[in-house]
Design a protein around this ligand. Structure first.
Ligand code: UT7
Length: 325
């Protein structure tokens, strides 16, 4: 019998401190940085973001999201035999945030590692977990996207600091006789590493280079709208399906205009797109599982429906996962 992987539970978590555009505009004005709610909403669709407190790390956000996903799947942490965390804002240089999370979940022994593919991290992690479940290496995985981007923002750069927020989203992925994940499509193009990066590094006990986020927004935007359509079509082709089979598009939540463009190209009405960017901004690897969990808990996404998950960002890296819930 063929072995597949299926999502059996979702969960998410946003840290309690919610900063609306108006709050943020006022805070930035005190530092002489000029921006407005109108600009942010018109250009991005973002209305608020959540920021974690200083002593809260990605693993803490991941833990909250993981607990909810485990509860939704009706299992406990002891049932998990694989943990993959997608993050670009890990707790430490090493060990992995996944290993730290494993400790916080009170379990030990199962493999735990991080995947670093920035805003595509969750679709990368889900694809890796799917492969490991299909090949029999694991049977019940926790796949999580967790980020504290507030730590790496340059609050003197209005072109980037208004865009990002903190959060985590998680799924339980279980081996199954029924699909599940239908097709995956991953890519990267290292010629574009400079358009979205945090170039600093640790060297001899000091930070070498700039440790804050840099982005050429227009370059990222242009590349994103092209590659997202291709990745979507590639997964549909692999699964012998068409756009009309998609019940929900769950794109990376970076900019409403990118989502609208992808939906248009796939001839999907916006009613079939899960949009949460307004509530939490760009949470990088956390944004897709956050949106997925939101759609499930709001009763929009139902069991048996076909979902297309799409990520894009730093690397330049992108990908899509087509699945039946
Ligand atoms: O997560 C990974 C994926 N990331 C993305 O998908 C992000 C992709 N890029 C974007 O979403 C958009 O490019 C941005 C939202 C970053 C920028 O939107 P844009 O429509 O490309 O704006 P722009 O960079 O062309 O800037 C337009 C104007 C500029 O002023 P001038 O030169 O026309 O006078 C900027 O200086 O808007 C100005 N501007 C701002 N004004 C008020 C830039 N940031 C701000 C701001 N407030 N926060």
């Amino acid at each position: 019998m063929r072995r597949y992987s299926r999502i059996t539970g979702t969960g998410s978590y946003l840290p309690p401190r919610r900063v609306t555009n108006d709050d943020f505009v006022a805070q930035l004005a005190e530092k002489g940085i000029e921006t407005s709610d109108q600009w942010i909403v018109e250009r991005t669709g973002i209305r608020a973001r959540h920021f974690a407190e200083r002593d809260v790390a990605s693993s803490d956000l991941a833990l909250e999201a993981a607990r909810k996903a485990l509860e939704a799947a009706g299992i406990t942490a002891e049932d998990i035999d694989l943990i993959i965390v997608a993050t670009s804002t890990p707790d430490m240089v090493f060990p992995s945030t996944a290993a730290i999370l494993q400790g916080k979940l009170g379990i030990h022994g199962c493999p735990a590692f991080d995947v670093q593919a920035v805003c595509s991290g969750f679709v990368y992690a889900l694809t890796v977990a799917d492969s490991m479940l299909k090949s029999g290496v694991a049977t019940r995985a926790l796949v999580i996207g967790a980020e504290v981007f507030s730590r790496i923002l340059d609050y003197s750069d209005r072109t980037t600091c208004v865009l990002f927020g903190d959060g985590a989203g998680a799924v339980v992925l279980e081996a199954s006789d029924e699909p599940g994940i239908l097709a995956c499509d991953l890519h990267a193009d290292g010629r574009h590493v400079d358009i979205l990066c945090v170039p600093g590094n640790v060297y001899g006990g000091q930070i070498l280079g700039d440790p804050l986020l840099k982005m050429d927004g227009q370059a990222v935007f242009k590349l994103a709208v092209g590659v997202l359509e291709k990745a979507a079509r590639a997964t549909l082709e692999k699964a012998s399906m068409t756009e009309s089979d998609i019940d929900w598009l769950i794109p990376h939540q970076a900019n409403i205009r990118i989502m609208q463009s992808t939906a248009r190209k796939l001839k999907l009405p916006m009613e079939k797109v899960i949009v949460t960017v307004d509530q939490h901004g760009n949470t990088s690897a956390a944004s897709i599982p956050l949106a997925l969990d939101h759609g499930v808990r709001a009763g929009q996404i139902k069991p048996g429906q076909t979902l297309l998950l799409e990520g894009v960002g730093g690397g330049f890296a992108w990908g899509a996962v087509l699945l039946k819930l």
